[in-house]
Design a protein around this ligand. Structure first.
Ligand code: ADP
Ligand code: ZN
Ligand code: MG
Length: 481
């Protein structure tokens, strides 16, 4: 068989986190009762007029700048005409002739080095409503709450070559957009949706093959499966001497196969024309500069800085920066407790463990960095032992308690008072003559057992170092006698 190369370009839709829709004041909130967030504009009533939401332009600009794009300082909206019940105007307001951003790039990890994926354009548009097919009642219902929710569509050049590169690209894109606060980019909930354009060609060829477009991909796993399945399907066709037909296909992740949805439509099929209801958007130099100044430090920049600034490993820096929220908490905690390493340990260890256990989103973790810093200090000074510190942290994670107040309210401070420890040690030694024998016979490992028993006696509050010292002393005395 001949060698083939896979060529992939993506069209990624991202729902913007604005409070209101793109052309009216309706709320964008997810999960409301059907058709409660609607008005004459977003249900396409005759005579209603769209008014552009300024925040949409700001978010599109922020995304474009983060992706190294050129800005079209006089961009326009166009009507994309088609009939479908989820589209009450019978057209979608989008941008074809002059999108807000164009000609950028995003760097993805690739083997040892990095690879640039070129961004063809980013344009603004409105989302459609949602059709709900009720099989029980044998009818279809429509919910217009999503109609008019702002989107940006990010179109790449056909620079991707494998499923892995596509996933790396989407992952980088998602992290960047989340850092900007422009969208939460949840594939499952549809706030990020990727269409995959794919063709194959003989290795070494400089011409592109005919591509198909795949829709309905709502997880990274489905995207990887779809890419592999479609590549194999196209190669098989070519090997049999049959042509690949340019069409839109729908991937069914349960059946692990795709089927043709419709022949690929062209821009001309949509009879695009400039929207007469919306004036051009004029973007001044000072507006761009203002957005640029507000850009946060992105993941790559922070991950590169942390090892120098906080003395942590590159790997740990990469883990912490996956979520901007965690990175922010980390930086603040490190500053307050004076140790980047300790702050990193608590973020990577306990925080991420609880995130996983609670199936939480790291961006939604809400505890006060000062509380973690105080806990780190308390553990450092021996006010609480490690095990208790972890229990207190769980309370900080869930309820954001102030650790010092919590320690005194629940009487959790360790006891280093030697008379109390001595009494406990005596009781334990008394009660376990067998283990004492073993120790005296040279089996030093039973020390762990003694410590455990003392902890139990003192309800976990013994200062382990002090306790160990005391038991050892007592046992050694017995050796001598
Ligand atoms: P259309 O206008 O038909 O939607 P575009 O030129 O806008 O086509 O391209 C849409 C997407 O398809 C882009 O992401 C682009 O990178 C990708 N693409 C274009 N040609 C190919 C090809 N031969 N193989 C794979 N992807 C392609
Ligand atoms: Zn509305
Ligand atoms: Mg296109």
């Amino acid at each position: 068989m001949k060698q083939y190369e896979t060529v992939i370009g993506l069209e990624v839709h991202v729902e913007l986190s604005t409070k209101t829709k793109i052309f009216c004041g309706c709320s964008t909130e997810f999960g409301a009762a059907p058709n409660t967030h609607t008005c004459p504009v977003c249900t396409g009533m005759p005579g209603s007029l769209p008014v552009l939401n300024r925040q949409v332009v700001e978010y599109a600009l922020a995304a474009g700048l983060a992706m190294n794009c050129q800005v079209n300082q006089r961009c326009k909206f166009d009507r994309k005409n088609y009939f479908y019940p989820d589209n009450p105007q019978n057209y979608q307001i989008s941008q074809l002739y002059s999108p807000i951003c164009h000609d950028g790039w995003v760097e993805i990890p690739s083997g040892e080095g990095k690879k640039r994926i070129r961004i063809h354009e980013i344009h603004m548009e409105e989302d459609a409503g949602k059709l709900i097919h009720d099989e029980w009642e044998d009818c279809s219902l429509v919910d217009y709450n999503r109609s008019g929710v702002p989107l940006i569509e990010i179109v790449t050049e056909p620079d991707l070559r494998s499923a892995q590169e596509v996933i790396d690209f989407l992952d980088t894109l998602r992290t960047t957009i989340r850092y900007l606060g422009v969208s939460d980019c949840r594939l499952q909930e549809g706030s990020m949706r990727a269409d995959v354009n794919l063709s194959v060609r003989e290795a070494g060829s400089s011409l592109f093959g005919t591509r198909t477009e795949m829709k309905n991909l709502n997880s990274f796993k489905a995207i990887a499966h779809a890419i592999e399945g479609e590549r194999d399907r196209q190669i098989e066709l070519l090997e049999e001497g049959k042509p690949v037909i340019q069409e839109t296909r729908r991937w069914d992740d349960n059946k692990e196969s795709s089927y043709a949805m419709r022949s690929k439509e062209d821009a001309k099929d949509y009879r695009y024309f400039p929207d007469p209801d919306l004036p051009p958007v004029v973007i001044s130099d000072s507006w761009i500069e203002a957005v640029r100044l507000r850009q946060p430090a992105l993941r790559g920049e922070r991950a590169a800085r942390y090892p120098r600034q906080y003395g942590i490993s590159e790997e740990d820096a990469w883990t912490i920066t996956e979520s901007r929220n965690l990175a922010d908490i980390f930086e603040e905690t490190a500053k307050l407790c004076g140790s980047g390493k300790k702050a990193a340990n608590w973020i990577i260890g306990e925080t991420l463990r609880l995130v996983k256990e609670r199936e939480a989103d790291p961006d939604q973790v809400r505890f006060t960095p000062a509380h973690l810093a105080a806990l780190i200090q308390a553990a450092e000074e021996g006010t609480v032992n490690n095990r208790t510190a972890k229990e207190i942290f769980e309370k900080i994670f869930d309820e954001d308690v102030e650790p010092m107040e919590y320690i005194s309210a629940n009487d959790l401070a360790t006891v280093a008072d030697s008379s109390v420890l001595e009494e406990a040690a005596d009781r334990v030694i008394q009660a376990n003559p067998g283990s004492v024998e073993e120790y005296l016979g040279g089996k030093e490992k039973v020390m762990g057992f003694f410590l455990g028993q003392i902890m139990k006696e003192m309800k976990g509050k013994a200062d382990p170092k002090a306790a160990q010292k005391i038991v050892k002393q007592k046992l050694e005395e017995r050796k001598k006698s």
